[in-house]
Design a binder for this molecule. Sequence first.
Ligand code: SAH
Length: 388
Amino acid sequence: MSPPDTTLTNLLGLQRPALEAFVSELDSKPFRARQLMNWVYKRGEASFERMTDLAKDFRARLAERACVATPEIVSAQQSADGTRKWLLRADASQAFEMVFIPEPDRGTLCISSQVGCALDCSFCSTAQQGFNRNFTTAEIVGQVWLANRELSGWTAQADIAPSESRLSEAASGTGKRIITNVVLMGMGEPLANFRNVVPALEIFLDDFGFDLSRRRVTLSTSGLVPQIYKLAEHSNVALAVSLHAPDDELRNELVPINRKHPIAELLEACWHYIDEQNGRSVTFEYVLLDGVNDSPAQARALARLLVGHPAKVNLIPFNPFPGTRYRRSGPEAVQRFRDELIRRGVLATVRRTRGDDIDAACGQLAGRVVDRTTVRLGSRVFGVAVQA
Ligand code: SAH
């Protein structure tokens, strides 16, 4: 698909009420918005001309004023384990990656919320690139739309009857969804792009949108405490938090936003979120760095923070990238860390590394961030140099 024409309204950026308002502006009944969403999200149709049950003059007005445009695919790769990775281009200068991880019982799409990131976590390769800009709602939604199209083997140009082209069903026609889970765990800090991320979440969950279950859409944050409270008022998706250390001293170093919002405040915000949203638990991501945060004593300290709360821990083996000073913890250290947590009543799993042969694992998603507009958080907000 061609890059968005900025004079047109990209329908992928409009959640249902906004689309209804847009449709009214075009002089059609608001319920047409649902019909339109059905075409766009259930059938993956981008051409108004082919939306045959809409009035001809309405289709003509849509074609004049609107479009369904997504980021462009630069290249695609497939790992030996089935993981797929796409290099996407959002605009003339910015490239970023998207990953799909198939498992027997689900398919998880990992998407991005910003070009680059300003939070400067010391073990993350995105941080090294700095921050360029927020993705728009349409660019966030467009990633899922595009992956759906790619994975269903459906092409926008294909001349097939709409009834055969339902996006959410497997190409084989088994009626099985291909993308069952969406995680905002690619590039960027989603809560630093609250304004554009929340409408995207609405479209993911909307029955007339991607119709995903709220427990299968996960927003991962490095811990922007005020925005976690705000999110509790606006959304009810699953929450993951990048904790990575059991004490403030170490977390200040690994996740510098901790200097502003220390662990105790962060955990309060998490429990509040679960209370408000009738959620099951918060997933705490913990990347295991050899000799840094992987000792049994640190596991015990982590267990003391979380035991008795609606929490589970997802241990992530560190994925190295050029220039990093960290190393991945050995398998025994990982096992020991997990056992310490479980022995103390804290649910813990180890994230299986997927797609590492194509550099698609956590923290490896590259992309090119050019024209950084902001220096990184570490030096900007705190006036200290945080290690690269
Ligand atoms: N900014 C958000 C979203 C990114 S999610 C957040 O921080 O939560 C990506 C997850 O992968 C985060 O938990 C992040 O801390 C982790 N991660 C980053 N770099 C990594 C690396 N090199 N190896 C393993 N995990 C990494």
